[in-house]
Design a protein around this ligand. Structure first.
Ligand code: ADP
Ligand code: MG
Length: 348
């Protein structure tokens, strides 16, 4: 379990030294300060940072944020028998299942992103995912992957909004929200924290960060994107964010290398194997559900189609290709600081 948790503590992070710096000096004229807590939730390190005039108010808001993330995880967790997602999956091909409004919302969000990415992001990738075990470093037999592929296809999810029901049309289908749930949960936690009167903060569920408001000194939040071939605290790029989200998906969290080829936990829904064009993909957008799922989708699409899609959607992002080049959307250039001495080159 600990290993699993360690594996998932990862790649986009709030630079810790900066947070330290903020706590020491960033008292505003109103006496606002930064408060932060980190807990293990959704099998990863989740941290909540709030700007608050009192410690008591900060603590209440942070607790409420964590409770909200736990509530969403209880609904969406693929591995808990009692979650809405398990219920939907165990009734695949049999009958529609009544679920909570939040589950309907995130499944509809997931379908929206599946359409936008032409199925590169697909929440029905479950039957492929369960074949891969990154601890045992064994490639599943081709025949098993071939058998799983017809069960992957977001178009076979039926959502009945008026009755809050979800039906998977084929027996054996499995919804897996692993690539959208953390961003969605961060959005929900921010809603709850804001409703408690907090004007600024950050919810960071490992690689998925949702920020709002400004630091007590009136400046933007400072976010670091990890060097995908460096250590956990090695930032490759930094950027500034107020209201919005950023997510990164990469090939360096759950992976193994066999015969010189790297296999990771993001799968191309068309092939059942991990794509090889990309090392990491970062997306910036107003909402966490969008950055989380799009980052995964972009990883599958690769740098050419990925950057083109972001520019079409009017969003910003960065892709590091396996050619070791950094690709940025046009509008991100000038807004992101890339560290000079790294092993990646500007790809345009
Ligand atoms: P992480 O969960 O490591 O933050 P992602 O957000 O990219 O990274 O999600 C990866 C997880 O999403 C995988 O562990 C798997 O459960 C699921 N997944 C893998 N490939 C896809 C895909 N093409 N579309 C949707 N979900 C995927
Ligand atoms: Mg994702």
């Amino acid at each position: 379990m600990l290993n699993k948790i360690r594996r998932s503590i990862r790649f986009v992070f709030i630079i810790p030294t900066l947070i330290f710096f903020l706590t020491a000096t960033s008292c505003s004229r109103q006496g606002d300060k930064i408060y932060k807590d980190t807990r293990i939730l959704m099998a990863t390190a989740v941290s909540i940072t709030v700007v608050s005039p009192t410690e008591q108010k900060a603590k209440e808001a942070i607790d409420a944020g964590f409770n909200e993330i736990k509530r969403i995880d209880d609904l969406l967790n693929l591995f808990s028998d009692k979650s809405d997602i398990s219920l939907i999956n165990s009734n695949a091909g049999l009958r529609p299942v009544k679920v909570s409004k939040d589950t309907i919302e995130v499944i509809e969000d997931a379908i929206e992103i599946s359409r936008l990415t032409g199925g590169a992001f697909d929440p029905t990738v479950g039957p492929v995912k369960v074949l891969w075990n990154f601890d045992s470093k064994v490639i599943p037999p081709g025949a098993e992957i071939k058998k799983a592929l017809p069960l992957v296809g977001y178009k076979n999810i039926e959502v009945k909004k008026d009755s809050n029901e979800v039906f998977l049309k084929k027996k054996g289908m499995m919804i897996d929200l692993g690539a959208i749930a953390k961003g969605f949960a961060a959005d929900k936690a921010v809603q709850v924290i804001k409703a408690m009167g907090i004007k600024a903060g950050i919810v960071a569920a490992s690689g998925d960060i949702r920020a709002f408001g400004l630091r007590p000194d009136g400046k933007l939040w400072h976010i670091g994107i990890r060097n995908p071939r460096g250590g956990r605290k090695d930032a490759l790029a930094t950027l500034y964010l107020s209201n919005g989200a950023i997510s990164t998906s990469g090939d360096y969290e759950q992976f193994f290398i066999l015969n010189g080829r790297r296999y990771c936990h993001i799968f191309d829904p068309k092939t059942g194997y991990s794509p090889t064009d990309t090392i990491s993909a970062s997306v910036i957008a107003p909402d966490g559900y969008k950055t989380d799922s799009l980052a995964t989708g972009l990883f599958v699409l690769g740098h050419k189609k990925g950057i083109r899609l972001l520019e079409k959607l009017g969003l910003d992002g960065m892709i590091i290709g396996s050619d070791h080049k950094i690709y940025l959307t046009k509008t991100l250039r000038g807004k992101i600081e890339i560290k000079g001495d790294n092993q990646f080159n500007n790809g345009g």
